[in-house]
Design a protein around this ligand. Structure first.
Ligand code: F6R
Length: 241
C-alpha cells in the first residue's frame, strides 16, 4: 500500500479523476469498478469534465458497481445504480452493454452475485477499483468480520452502516442487507485506490493505516494488495502518526 496525501478534497478528487482517465487512455478496454457516496462524487464530476474537455474516448471501457443496497429500487436517488447513472454513466455516455450493476430487486440476489463474478471473469478482471471507507472501516459492504475468501456476496449490514447510510436517502430507509464485491474481487483487481476525506474519517484512517491487518478493520486488508493506494486529504490524515 502506498499512502498519498493531498491538501484538500478537491486535489484528492482531481488526482483520482486523472487516475481513471489515464488508466482508460493506457488501456481503452479497462474495467473500472466504482464506489458511490460522498467521497468519490467530486472525482466523478471532474472525470466527466476532463473527458468532455479533452474529448477522451471512453466508449470501450467497462464500468462495474462496487456494491448496492439490497431491496432499494433503481428509481431511488439513494441507490448506487442511480448515483452512478447520474454522475458517471450519463455524463460519460456509457452504453448499457458496458455497464455492470447488481440488481437490488432480483428475486435471487445470490444468483446476481454469481452472475457478476462470471461477468468479471469474462471481461478479464477489474483493472482499477475506486473505493471509499466506512466509519466502521468497511470497504464496499465488506463489514468488520467478513471472511477474506468471499467473492461478490450478500451481506447483513452492520448497525453503523445502516444508520450512516440514511444520509443518502430523503426518507428513513430499511437498509438491512447489501450486495458487494468481496475481498477476493478486491485482491484480484489490478489496482485499488481507497479515498478518504474530512475530519470524520480521521479516526478510521488511523486504524486503517496503523492497526494490525485483520478483518476487524476491513480497510487494513488493503495493505496486503500489491498495488493499492490510500489517497487521503489533510483532515482525514490528521491523526496519522
Ligand atoms: C459505497 C461504498 C461504501 C462507501 C463508504 C463511505 O459504494 O462502497 O463503502 O464508500 O461507506 O461512504 P462516504 O463516501 O459517503 O463517506
Amino acid at each position: 500500500m502506498t499512502l498519498r496525501l493531498f491538501e484538500t478534497h478537491e486535489a484528492l478528487s482531481l488526482a483520482v479523476a486523472n487516475e481513471i482517465l489515464q488508466r482508460i487512455q493506457r488501456k481503452p478496454t479497462s474495467v473500472i469498478c466504482l464506489a458511490t457516496g460522498d467521497t468519490p462524487l467530486r472525482a466523478y464530476q471532474l472525470l466527466a469534465e476532463q473527458v468532455a474537455k479533452n474529448n477522451v474516448d471512453v466508449s470501450q471501457a467497462h464500468f462495474v458497481a462496487l456494491d448496492e443496497w439490497a431491496g432499494v429500487p433503481p428509481s431511488n436517488p439513494g441507490s448506487c445504480r442511480h448515483f452512478l447513472t447520474q454522475h458517471v454513466f450519463t455524463p460519460l455516455a456509457i452504453k448499457a452493454s458496458h455497464i455492470h450493476l447488481f440488481d437490488a430487486l432480483a428475486a435471487d440476489i445470490r444468483r446476481e452475485c454469481a452472475a457478476m463474478n462470471d461477468t468479471l471473469k469474462s471481461l478479464g478482471g477489474i483493472d482499477l477499483m475506486i473505493v471509499g471507507i466506512g466509519m466502521n472501516g468497511h470497504v464496499g459492504f465488506n463489514e468488520p468480520g467478513v471472511p477474506e475468501s468471499n467473492y461478490a456476496h450478500v451481506i447483513d449490514l452492520d448497525e453503523i452502516t445502516q444508520s450512516v447510510g440514511q444520509k443518502y436517502f430523503s426518507q428513513p430507509m430499511k437498509l438491512s442487507q447489501g450486495i458487494t464485491m468481496g475481498w477476493q474481487n478486491i485482491f484480484e483487481a489490478r489496482t485499488v485506490i481507497l479515498m478518504a476525506n474530512g475530519q470524520k474519517k480521521a479516526d478510521i484512517m488511523k486504524r486503517a493505516v496503523e492497526e494490525p491487518i485483520s478483518n476487524a478493520c476491513p480497510a487494513t486488508l488493503l495493505r496486503k494488495h500489491a498495488d493499492s493506494y490510500f489517497f487521503v486529504d489533510a483532515l482525514a490524515a490528521s491523526k496519522l502518526a
